[in-house]
Design a protein around this ligand. Structure first.
Ligand SMILES: NC(=O)c1ccc[n+]([C@@H]2O[C@H](COP(=O)([O-])OP(=O)(O)OC[C@H]3O[C@@H](n4cnc5c(N)ncnc54)[C@H](O)[C@@H]3O)[C@@H](O)[C@H]2O)c1
Length: 405
């Protein structure tokens, strides 16, 4: 089949590659011309896709990247994989999604299938995507479905192929076509009864994480005051073989999913006249962590951060990827600097951020903070020099220092 994937980011690119490797002819479209130029050369930030795979698929004409939507005409399936962030009022910003629909409407042909993979509020497919594309294309026989993406960029175990995929269409035909398409490269496809169920499942998965992370972040404050290790208490609780799932405290939540998706669920709740209290509270608890930690770090530096040299290991939002979106490490940097600390950071995945460069780990510092422990960071310089280090990472590995949270 000929497939157009709209958006070539962390979600769209791996889907394009998997579909192309499954034998479909893929057109990878993105409005970002620089990204498209890089993809043509095999260059990408996505940890899922290697340069060899990208070049090989292009050489065989299995995949073509372009920033002209006209190349998508003649496709039988259009997949939407564009950002769905929050606006300044923490409400859904659907501008990218709407513009993707407008572009698809320019080239979509009769009876095509449109699948939304972007995360959005419950009812987006039925109430927003379908009306825009139907109206602008003038076609009344289009098929619509959702297949919310669950990718965890950088995860070495779970990927697009082996992570079960929830799918649902607005009609039986759309559902069947969508299930058939994903079956061509996913091991397990779970058909649910409506797009709203699939949209809700996606939001709920990430809200479950957000709320549980907030819970352990709150527990870490209790443990700190009562002078025991939260990690040890959680690991002890996790020896219960049923009814418990461990989450670990950290500087907060980052990325394009956990800090964002719950607010899409609370928006759906608000539309239904319900106040989603848990989500608000979890957002508050998680986003307060950098401030709380600043105070705790200050205590470890004689109660004064002014002039103290602090170095951070890892500023992206999770290990082994370069994604800085919503990274709570950036908030901690701001907090520490506002109180007079001299902060530098080392991140092998982030060469430059906000005009500042990553620097090598140094032993000439007052404090080292482990926030995002990328597997290639070598901590030996801190160890050899007996640098004072606080491990703030949620990661279960021990890098030679006890967990601080
Ligand atoms: N990143 C994740 O881990 C992840 C996991 C599951 C689901 N999601 C969801 O998937 C969606 C995409 O997220 P992402 O992380 O891939 O974002 P991303 O920013 O990495 O990529 C999105 C791409 O879409 C492009 N784009 C924006 N508007 C466009 C348009 N109108 N037409 C064509 N291209 C356009 C951007 O240039 C960008 O390259 C979001 O809804 C997100 O919540 C993300």
């Amino acid at each position: 089949m000929r497939i157009t994937v709209v958006g070539q980011g962390y979600v769209g690119l791996p889907i394009s590659v998997c579909a192309a490797e499954a034998g479909h002819t893929v057109f990878g479209f993105d409005i970002d011309q620089e990204k498209i130029s890089k993809l043509k050369l095999g260059i990408t930030d996505s940890p899922e896709v290697s340069i060899d795979r990208l070049l090989d698929l292009q050489l065989k004409n299995n995949i073509k990247f372009s920033s002209s939507i006209n190349d998508g005409s003649g496709s039988s399936i259009f997949i939407i994989a564009v950002p769905t962030p929050l606006n300044s009022k923490q409400k859904p910003d659907l501008s990218f999604l709407k513009s993707a629909c407008e572009l698809i409407a320019q080239v979509v042909g009769p009876s095509s299938l449109i699948i939304n993979e972007s995360t959005s509020y419950i009812g987006t497919l039925r109430d927003l995507i379908k009306p825009i594309i139907d109206k602008l294309s003038g076609l009344l026989d289009l098929n619509y479905a959702v297949a919310p993406e669950r990718i965890d960029p950088g995860n070495k175990v779970w990927n697009i192929k082996n992570t079960p995929r929830n799918v649902a269409g607005l009609t039986t035909v759309a559902t069947q076509q969508t299930a058939d398409f994903y079956t061509s490269f996913c091991d397990s496809v779970n058909v649910v009864s409506s797009p709203e169920v699939a949209e809700c499942a996606k939001l709920f998965e990430n809200t479950f994480r957000q709320v549980n992370i907030a819970l352990v972040n709150e527990l870490s404050e209790v443990a700190n005051k009562l002078n025991f290790s939260t990690h040890e208490a959680i690991m002890a609780a996790a020896t219960k073989p049923f009814g418990f799932m461990p989450f670990y405290p950290s500087v907060g939540v980052g990325g394009h999913c956990i800090p964002v998706d719950p607010s899409y669920l609370s928006y759906s709740a608000e539309m239904a006249g319900i106040d989603a209290k848990f989500i608000k509270l979890a957002n508050q608890v998680n986003s307060a962590m950098p401030k709380i930690l600043k105070e705790r770090i200050k205590e470890c530096l004689d109660g004064d951060l002014r002039g103290k040299k602090i170095q951070i290991a890892g500023i992206s939002y999770k290990p082994d990827i370069s994604d800085l979106r919503e990274s709570p490490a950036l908030d901690l940097v701001k907090e520490l600097e506002t109180s007079g600390a001299i902060v530098s950071w080392h991140d092998p995945f982030v060469e430059e951020y906000d005009g500042r460069m990553s620097v090598l780990l140094s032993n000439n510092i007052d404090l080292g903070l482990i926030i995002t422990p990328h597997s290639q960071i070598d901590f030996s310089i801190w160890k050899k020099a007996n640098v004072k280090v606080l491990d703030l990472s949620a990661n279960s590995n021990n890098y030679g220092w006890p967990k601080f949270l």
